[in-house]
Design a protein. Sequence first.
Length: 235
Amino acid sequence: MKTIMDKLIVANWKANLSLPQAEQWLADFGAGYTPHKGIRVVLAVPFPFLYPLREKLKTLTGISWAAQDVSPYPPGNYTGAVPAAWLNGCVDYALVGHRERRRYFHESIQEVANKISEALAEDIRPILCVERDMSRQQAAAVESADLERLRVAYTPADAEQLEIVRNISVVAEAVRHIGEIFPGCPVLYGGGVNAGNAAELLKLPQVAGVMAARGCLDPHSFIQLVRNAAEATGS
């Protein structure tokens, strides 16, 4: 019998919230959040906040934590790096290959593949972020044994469109295309996701979850996003 996976609703705060702001976000979110069967909320927060913040929501169900990045190297002489071994037991997921890491920090396709291997060695599930044009190259660089353990998040390449969800048929076709390149991997969509469009996106059979950025920074809006997602999927 095929296992039905939870839909992932990923909140990527990026570097937008300070620790006091993040603590207030969690207080507001915790007060209004209701878990839904079939929905897994994943909070991707900055490294310094992971340990103090996860303690504040440890009584809530349906919540997982993600690192926003992970080192491509093991522990050692790598100043400023955060190896996956240090995140074992703290997070379930790690974002790798985010478009901003590739663009601003000049991460190569091989570095991203190395991050995947490092994360999986510590039982951390990578959420591999890809754009359409480089997705085949990225898939080819990943160890074949690692491919089946990935979640893949597709985002459109043009930055000006990231906060405006494409025509739903365009999203469906793009996610289907990514699914062919990463067969067997659940594919998430990220790009302008918010409370107003999450339900429509999650009704697409190709979409295994969504990743919100600006759409998650207000905790009340994000609670509504989760509710809408649950309604859309019958959870």
